[in-house]
Structure formats: C-alpha cells, structure tokens
Design a protein. Sequence first.
Length: 366
Amino acid sequence: MLSDSISMIGLLVPVIIYAGILALHLLLPAQRVSGYVIDPRTSQPQVYRLNGLRVLIVVLVAFLVAANLDWINPTWFYQQRWSMLLGACVLGIGYTFVLVLPASPTRKGLLADLFLGRVENQAVLGTVDVKMYLYLAGAVMLALNTVSFAFAHREIYGAEANPGIYVHATLLVLFVVDYLWFEAVHLYTYDLFAERLGFKLAWGCLVFYPFFYPIGLWGTVELPEPVLIERFGSGWLVLSVLVFFLGWTLARGANLQKYWFKRDPRLVFLGMQPEVIGNGAQQLLCSGYWRVARHINYLGEFLMATGIALSLGQLDSVWPWLYPLYYVLLLVPRERDDDRRCLEKYGALWTEYKRQVPYRIIPRLY
C-alpha cells in the first residue's frame, strides 16, 4: 500500500500549484472574449482572457516529462492525497474570507454571505476574472490528481492492473479537456451569471472539484481488477464509454446550441433551425435540444458521470457512485432555482415555454 501520511510539503503543494496556474494564465497567450455578464462599469459585456487549454497542456506535459526523467514520482499526488486535500481545504476557507469580508454585506446575514458570497464578479491583477481562474485552477488540479492516481494503480498492480482505471482516468481528463476547449461557451452558463463569489464557489473549485470528482479512484486504486471486467472485458469498457459520449452529446450539444443562439439568434446549429417564442422584447429558444426538455444538458451531465462510474467495473463499491449522485443532488435543485429565476425574468413567456416543453430534465419521465 502506498503511503498516505500527512506531510508539510503535501499541505503546501496546492498553494504552489494554484500559484503556478495563475502565473501560467497570466503569461501564456490568451483570447479576449466578450461574455454574457454585463460589466456595470461600462454597461458592456464583460471581457475575459481565456487560455485554459494552453495552461492544462503545459502543466500535463511538464508533469509527464518530469516523471519520465525521474525528477518527480508520478504517484506522489496519490501518496499525499490527504495532505493535499487538507491543504486545499485551508486555502479554500481562507480565500473565502478574502473574497467575502471586504465586500458590502447583503441582507441575508454573515453565514449566508460567506457561503453564497456578496460580489457577483471580480477581477484581480487587472485582467484575471476570479470565477474563470477558480474553474481553471480546479480543472488543472483535477487532471493532475487523476493522472497520478492512475500511475499509482499501475505501480501497485503492474500488468495485472484493472483497465477500467485507465478508462476512468481518460474519461475524466477528457471531461477537463472538453470544458477548457469550450471555455468561451461557459461564459453563458448559470455558474457565471448567477453564482456569487463565496465559499460555495471558492471552496468548490479549489477543493471539491479537483478532489471529489475523482472520488471513484480514491476508493478503487488499491483494488484488483473486478470480476465484471474479467468476465466481460472490453465489452463492458466500450459500454461505459458509449454512455459517457451519449451524455457528452446531449450536454455539449445543448450548451453549444444555446451559446450560438445567444450570440446570434439567426444561426442554424447542426441543421436545426432556431425556433423561438417571444413577446417582442424577449425570446426563448424552443427547438433542437431545447424542445426535448428544459434542461436536457443536465441529463447529459448525469449520463457522463454514470459512464465514468461504470468504467471502473466496481458495482459493489459505493465510491464510484458518489460522483453521479453528486450531480443529482446539485442539478435537480439547480433546475428548480433556474425555473424560479426564469419565471421572474420572463413571466408569461416562461409559462408558455413550459407548456410547449413540459419535461424538466428527462423526456417523458421528469
């Protein structure tokens, strides 16, 4: 069994890595992209510097080269997982206070302000949007943890390793790559225009995102190949990958369709003519993916998480299923909150949209 004792260097490494990600974000070339959020100072769409995929590639290449040259032990992140988790927790809590306390209080009280935040958007060092940096930092750390955990499994089992671990790790890294490849699309999502900067976002991005998303690996890295994969082999792994990509098609397709619609309502997306309902001043997209369910993208997220969990083949372990369960607990209440926000914003127009598209997330079921 690999060492997982608490160490001072393990506590400090998250701070070092997150600082390095910030430095790369500042130094590497970036696209300047206008988002959906309106900058109150200019009354114009807020402009973001986006180079997340470049940062990820540089970090992963540096990690793999250093491991190949024996400069670092590629299993180190797994060995020090508890130390790093604790260090990230302290950082996330501390940063929450830095984000929240200097801002003007809301009327919800200090605890609510600390958890949900007071400020909707904030930039530091002139050009770094705090929200986008937090998502970038969490995504890169998630990829590093995932790769290190896969190396740890190979070190333990060698040729007898569970191939599902490698498929699982690959799908998680693809999840990160996909997010950063379509970084501009996320400027139009709920997280950017609805969330505020508090514990939920800061701790969520610096701790929960990079350390909980690979929760299936936490509980299975030291387990041998399961009977399920021994018996069904590549067939089971292919099924897992198909479930993942079915979910990706729904989630990414729906988000892209809405993104292009918000950029230009006249654009045809993948042959799907944009159909809308409107009241003269406002309009809602109700064609393509958004004709099937009001949050068909959430169904896609559920399926992606399910495919990732299935790939491990450990159906009798609770660890892999905590990840898809998290999406259920996150997105079902979020859909309800979004429904309330849209009713306040669109009024009778939203009521008509709900009549035309009656299903919330799962067609013909929910």
